[in-house]
Design a protein around this ligand. Sequence first.
Ligand SMILES: NC(=O)c1ccc[n+]([C@@H]2O[C@H](COP(=O)([O-])OP(=O)(O)OC[C@H]3O[C@@H](n4cnc5c(N)ncnc54)[C@H](O)[C@@H]3O)[C@@H](O)[C@H]2O)c1
Length: 288
Amino acid sequence: MRQEEETPVEELSGRTAVVTGGAAGIGRAVGRRLAREGMKVVLADRDADTLEATAAELRGEGHEVTAVPTDVSDPEANVRLADAAFDAYGNVHLLHLNAGIGGTVPLLDPDPEVWQRVVGVNLLGVVYGIKAFGTRMVDAGEDGVIVATSSGAGAEGTSYQSGPYAATKNAVVSVMESLYGELRDRKATVRAALLFPPLTESSMGNPRVEQWLRDNGVPTTLMQPEDVAELLLDGVRRGRFYIRINEAENERLFGNRLSPEFFAWNERITRGRAEAQISDTAPDGHLW
Ligand SMILES: NC(=O)c1ccc[n+]([C@@H]2O[C@H](COP(=O)([O-])OP(=O)(O)OC[C@H]3O[C@@H](n4cnc5c(N)ncnc54)[C@H](O)[C@@H]3O)[C@@H](O)[C@H]2O)c1
C-alpha cells in the first residue's frame, strides 16, 4: 500500500504543533510554516536565548507561539514540555521530534562520550518525546501525527565516517516504524511519520559540507530549511509515512533543484544495502 493512502491530518488551522529543536534551522522553518497555516506552535529547544528570539520573531509576525526551553535528552524535560503544551492548548495534533546534533568520531577511539551525547539527543530524545506525548495524543481521540527527523546519513546506506550520527538516525527509522505498528494495532487516530531532510543549510549543513559530499561521490545539492518545512507540510497533508523527496516532489515542490544523479545515487545506495544482506556480500556498496 502506498503511504499516501493513510488518513492525513485534515485540518491544521487552529490546531497545535510542538517542534523540538525549534529555535533554529529546520525546526525554526517548520515552526514558522505551521504557524502560517494557522497552527498554535510550541517551540522547544535547549538553546533558551535563540529559542526566545525565534519565538519573539514569530510572534512579531502575528503568530501564536509558546517557547519552552527543553533538553530532549532529559526524560523529565519532555514531560514538562508536554505538560506545558497540553496546559496551554488542550491537545497536540502535530508533534515534530526534530532536535538533533552531529557526531563524528572513529569507533576505534576509546572515549564513549560523543556516542553517549549523540544517542541521548538523537535517539533517546525521540523515544522520550513519544513517551511524554504519545499516550496523551492517542487518548484525546483526535487526528494527529508524530513525526521524527531522521537523515539520509543513516537511513539510506551508512555514512560511516560519522558513526554516532548515522547509527542514531538509522535507529530513529526503526523507532518510528515500531510506533507506526503500535498505532495501527490500536486503531489510533494519531499516525507516525518520518522526515528525511536532504542536505540543508543550517548549523549542520553548509556549502563546505556540500562540497565534501560531492568530493566523496554524493551528488547532493544544498537545500534551505524552508524547503524542508514545505516538504514536511506536504507530506503530512498527504498522509505519507516516509516523507522524503522523490523525483515527483523534486519537480512539484522544488523545480528539479536536486539532480537526476542524486536520485540515481540514492536508489543505488538504498538498494545496495538490501541486496548486500540478501546476497551475503560486504557493505562496500552502501557505505558513503
Ligand atoms: N541540515 C541538514 O543537512 C540535515 C540533514 C538531514 C537531517 N537533519 C536533521 O534535522 C534536524 C534539525 O537539524 P538542523 O539542520 O536544523 O540543525 P540546527 O543545528 O540548525 O538545529 C537543531 C536545533 O536543535 C537544537 N538542539 C540540539 N540539541 C538539543 C537538545 N538536546 N534538546 C533540545 N534541542 C536541541 C539546537 O539548539 C538547534 O536549535 C536534526 O535532527 C538533524 O539531524 C539535518
